[in-house]
Design a protein around this ligand. Structure first.
Ligand SMILES: [Zn+2]
Length: 449
């Protein structure tokens, strides 16, 4: 998720916080799983999914801590990729698919119970240019250079949890692979934070060569949802994220003689205010849109009218029609105000970025029984669409998909993603493994024996 948002409904009632499995419990479960796997097939009672999750929980939490301590910026996830490749590749039955995936990975797990559909599961892996301030024993001390600046690097959006949960789910499904027919497509996506990873993988053919899934699933950790809870949003759940950059061109001159100049500072100011009227006066009040001019640069002295001013902004919308409407209105407004001032035509760059997420309502309905069964009805919360961005939407344009929120919140303190203090409760990892395993199994063909 690329913008912290806290638009979800406040959870009602006390959460049923799942306790982290004790070491002894994990070891017992592991011993049980080993004994069952060693038994002759006909005498074997398959370990249930919760027991498998327990048996792999400790290793998967270790993965998360390693990933957390080794965060890497978008498109630079080399160590992360190597780590995930090694761990995934060592899971029985997992096939790593070669391809031009950049710093991502694509892998398959084929079930042993005959034919069945391909079902996709995506997790993102990149970190952010933020200096960590959690004080955790496995906190990041990583630094990198971004735009010529030295920056701290931190998993401040929980993509370390996402990657670990994918590894844990792969372990669980690998141990259970005799029970299903069909194939799980694991998509390890780089560069989500800059909205580049999903399109990179799609262009490289992640869904080609028989890998096009019938449906694709993802989760995102969410700090306003408590541990033990999950959130869902049918339909449009995250925004179209578009950007514009405008160079307002005037005619420079002396600040005392504006009549001999064309003042781009005044023109830019009018543009900023007029852009706000698009949202308040042109877009249907029942629809969502946000225009934010986040950057304005121009001028160097009190008494000099500059040659030009640069404006940069972000536009967030949900529906495709509103997206087009606002784009047209922004361009019209900027050109019109420049023209009215007698200024040269401004240079405008308008970039259509990540489209809005569309959670297929039928698929959402299909995962609700799993969420409710695992977490309890009262812990499955519907949330309202938020204006953040999430590039899982590119996959959802290709095949039906659902992204849901996994609670990592702590009742004792508020947190937000993309902040130096973001410290998701990692006890959510086995919960995520359980949910993803069951969601995927529910769509695969289950063996009848
Ligand atoms: Zn994120």
């Amino acid at each position: 998720m690329r913008t912290a948002s806290s638009a979800s409904a406040a959870p009602s009632g006390p959460p049923s916080v799942r306790r982290r499995p004790s070491v002894a419990r994990v070891l017992r479960a592991a011993a049980l799983a080993a004994a069952l796997l060693a038994a002759p097939r006909e005498a074997r009672a398959e370990p249930a999914i919760p027991a498998l999750v327990d048996s792999f929980a400790a290793a998967t939490i270790e993965d998360r801590r390693w990933l957390h301590a080794h965060p890497e910026l978008s498109l630079r996830e080399h160590a992360t990729q190597a780590y995930v490749r090694e761990k995934l590749g060592s899971i029985p039955g997992i096939e790593i698919i070669p391809g031009e995936w950049g710093t991502g990975l694509v892998a398959l797990l084929r079930g042993g119970a005959g034919e069945g559909p391909v079902i996709g599961y995506r997790a993102d892996i990149d970190a952010l240019p933020i200096t960590e301030a959690t004080g955790l024993p496995f906190a990041s001390t990583a630094r990198d250079t971004l735009g010529g600046r030295d920056v701290g690097v931190m998993h401040a959006c929980g993509h370390d949890l996402h990657a670990a949960i994918l590894l844990g789910t792969a372990r669980v499904l690998s141990a259970a692979r005799d029970r299903f027919g069909g194939t799980v497509l694991f998509v390890v996506e780089p560069a989500e934070e800059i909205g580049a990873g999903a399109s990179l993988l799609l262009e490289a053919g992640v869904f080609e060569d028989g890998r096009k899934p019938e449906a694709i699933f993802a989760l995102h950790d969410h700090p306003t949802i408590l541990l033990g809870q999950a959130g869902y949003c049918p339909g449009r759940s995250a925004a179209n994220v578009d950007e514009f950059r405008v160079r307002v061109i005037g005619k420079g001159g002396h600040g005392a003689y504006p009549h001999r100049a064309i003042d781009p500072v005044v023109i830019a100011s009018e543009m900023i205010l007029a852009l706000q009227k698009i949202v308040s006066r042109e877009v249907d009040a029942a629809r969502q849109a946000v225009i934010t001019v986040g950057s304005i640069h121009g001028g160097s002295a009190t008494n000099v009218i500059p040659e030009s001013v640069e404006l940069r902004g972000t536009v967030r919308t949900l529906e495709p029609e509103v997206r087009r409407q606002v784009q047209d209105a922004v361009l019209r407004t900027i050109k019109g105000i420049a023209q009215a001032a007698g200024a040269p035509a401004p240079e405008i760059e308008y970039v259509l970025g990540t489209p809005s997420c569309f959670n297929d309502p039928v698929l959402v309905e299909s995962i609700l029984p799993v969420l409710r069964d695992v977490l309890g009805e009262e812990n499955v919360l519907r949330y309202e669409p938020a204006m953040g961005g999430e590039d899982f939407s590119f996959f959802q344009e290709a095949v039906p998909g659902v992204i849901f929120r996994l609670g990592v919140g702590r009742p004792e303190r508020e947190m937000s993603t993309h902040s130096p203090a973001f410290d998701p409760d990692e006890r959510a990892i086995p919960i995520g493994m359980r949910l993803m395993s069951e969601i995927l199994l529910a769509r695969l063909t289950l063996s009848q024996d």
